[in-house]
Design a protein around this ligand. Structure first.
Ligand code: HAS
Length: 563
């Protein structure tokens, strides 16, 4: 074994392959749902045959499978790969399988309940939209499974620290632990929402639910959720990308600082999703707004650190002058196909991030809230940098854990380019349509384009059409990817001795600062808890004091509340 390789047990290799392949099948069904959304909204099809013509069922399926199931599986698989690899320790495979099985059972349960029409509640499952109890139980199993995976890494890390006193924790471990520390704290709130509010309500044990409290608990979880999606991508940007580009990470300290800042500021910001909600005092919305600008800071540091790392790589590859390095990066190198997924995601994130800052500004939020602008923003974030990094990472991981050479590398390389073109076109349609008032999450899309309808909106037609064109191109991009992915999965594996080792492109640091103040998670977790208590206590008090009675259930397809 060289220092760059590690031998995983067969059981863990199989588990990691399963954790990647099964959600990839679900992702495909999910993006098919996405394509149907755009076609349906444009009036090209009257209904999506897969979900029996129910727009909201299709939207729920698309959101839950892509944004919650696929992302959670990938984050666990990446941690199961990088934590043991970086620490050179073996995972407890029984615990790892238990976590995988919990996640699988939970996801399949939730997917079936959505498909039979018993959980048309969208990915935010806001009450008074009510789902079958099995939907909430399925989501709970998925989350508990991911906790089990995380707690399986902790003893390995503690053991490593004991054996390596004074040494810096490998960056990949810092990144994966940051991801799951945030996830663990954030999911506590949604666990309270589900176990004490939605599940008893759904089981019929109570008649009504406090809608505002449920929304507030959801967004306590919902905003950090976006960093749970983003951070595995950041791990790959910091750890893999500089090496794939042919260079080094410009500053090790900057990377560590970024992860610690995410622990501090990812959670006390959720009320920026509720700027337009009643019951919460505007001073607390302002406080969450200020923290929201603070949580953009680590991404701004990332922009500079990664740009400097890429500049170093480009210059090493022969780039001259101020910008010459940009043309010396391996954008179209078939052997470095993974680089394309990471760099395109970063370029997309420039626009996704700017959109986030616009959303966070209260006055501008009043213009864009609940319009198509918001899906425009989140497709440039979760469906851009996150999805591309996860697709690239999935192909890389599956190749490593199944000991397969990546097949159809040309297809793997071209797919993110096709997808990115489609994504920019679709997001342009959504964002500019949103600025003209086009709402999000409406099943009246076809009527906007119909001159005979009272909902006819000629100004929106161009933007609706543009989104369809973009959506179709994105779908083609993913199909091209899946050809390479499943071509690799079903190809013949390697059976040599070297074939049983796993390797990752781990970057060295150009500036390897000692940064002793960034070596321990504990102070950052303590400060994060203080910030959460300070920012959320008044919000919860406001919500509880507001004179809201509970609400009976409601279906998006039914004009009257259901009893
Ligand atoms: Fe957001 C709504 C604010 C980031 C996802 N967001 C959403 C929703 C989702 C989502 C899913 O303040 C909709 C939720 C729903 O269903 O209602 N968001 C922000 C802010 C950020 C942000 C301030 N969001 C994300 C990320 C997401 C995500 C990341 C997913 C992964 N968002 C909001 C707000 C709302 C919102 C409000 C509520 C809107 C409403 O009214 O409903 C920040 O974290 C963004 C910071 C990012 C940057 C960009 C840094 C740029 C980088 C790239 C550098 C490029 C390089 C390449 C180096 C400042 C790192 C160089 C190129 C070469 C060629 C060399």
């Amino acid at each position: 074994m060289t220092t760059d390789t590690f031998r995983f047990t067969k059981s863990i290799k199989n588990l990691n392959a399963v954790l990647i392949i099964i959600p990839m099948v679900l992702l495909f069904i999910g993006i098919y749902g996405g394509l149907m959304q755009t076609m349906f909204r444009a009036g090209i099809i009257q209904s999506d045959p897969f979900v029996g013509g129910d727009y909201y069922k299709g939207l729920t399926f698309h959101g839950v499978l892509n944004a919650i199931v696929f992302t959670t599986f990938f984050a666990v698989a990446l941690g199961n790969a990088l934590v043991p690899y970086s620490l050179r320790k073996h995972l407890n495979s029984k615990i790892a399988w238990t976590s995988g099985i919990l996640m699988l059972v939970g996801s399949v349960m939730a997917a079936i309940v959505i498909l039979i029409g018993e959980a048309t509640v969208l990915y935010t499952f806001y009450p008074p939209l009510k789902a079958h109890p099995l939907f909430y139980i399925g989501l709970t199993l998925l989350v508990v499974g991911s906790w089990v995976a995380f707690f399986n890494w902790v003893p390995m890390y503690l053991q490593w620290r004991k054996e390596n006193e004074g040494k810096k924790t490998p960056m990949a471990v810092v990144g994966m632990f940051t991801t799951f520390i945030i996830w663990f704290i954030a999911t506590l709130a949604v666990a309270v929402e589900i176990l004490f509010m939605l599940l008893p309500w759904s089981l019929g044990l109570v008649d009504e639910v406090n809608v505002m409290l449920a929304r507030t608990l959801f967004w306590f979880f919902g905003h950090p959720l976006v960093y749970f999606w983003l951070l595995p991508a950041y791990v790959m940007y910091y750890v893999f990308m500089p090496k794939l580009a042919g260079g080094k990470l410009y500053s090790d300290m900057a990377g560590r600082l970024v992860f610690m800042l995410f622990i501090l500021f990812s959670i006390p910001v959720g009320t920026h999703h509720q700027y337009m909600d009643p019951a919460i005092g505007s001073q607390w919305k302002l406080l969450h707004g200020v923290f929201t600008f603070a949580v953009a800071l680590p991404s701004l540091i990332t922009a500079f650190t990664l740009a400097a790392s890429l500049e170093y790589a480009g210059k090493k590859n022969g780039g001259k002058g101020l910008f010459g390095w940009m043309w010396k990066l391996p954008y179209f190198d078939k052997e470095k196909w993974f680089f394309a997924y990471l760099i395109l995601g970063l370029i997309i994130f420039i626009f996704g991030g700017i959109g986030g800052i616009i959303n966070a500004s209260y006055q501008m939020n009043t213009v864009v809230h609940n319009t198509a602008w918001v899906p425009g923003h989140f497709h440039l974030t979760v469906a851009g940098p996150v999805l591309l990094a996860f697709l690239g990472g999935s192909l890389y991981l599956v190749g490593q854990f199944m000991h397969k050479k990546i097949r159809l590398k040309g297809w793997a390389l071209i797919s993110p380019y096709i997808y990115t073109i489609g994504l920019f076109i679709m997001s342009y349609g959504l964002k500019f349509g949103g600025l003209l008032g086009m709402p999000r999450r409406t099943n009246t899309g076809a009527s906007y384009a119909n001159p005979d309808s009272v909902l006819y909106q000629p100004d929106w037609i161009f933007y609706i059409d543009i989104s369809v064109v973009g959506g179709v191109i994105m779908f083609i991009g993913i199909v091209v990817y899946l050809v390479s992915f499943f071509g690799t999965v079903f190809s013949k594996g390697e059976s040599t001795e070297e074939g049983s080792f796993v390797t990752f492109p781990i970057s060295e640091a150009y500036h390897d600062e000692p940064a002793t103040w960034l070596r321990n998670f504990k102070p950052y977790i303590i400060i994060a808890v203080i910030l959460i208590v300070l920012s959320y206590t008044p919000v919860i008090i406001d919500v509880l004091q507001a004179t809201y009675g509970g609400s009976p259930p409601y279906s998006p397809n039914s004009p009257v509340p259901l009893r």
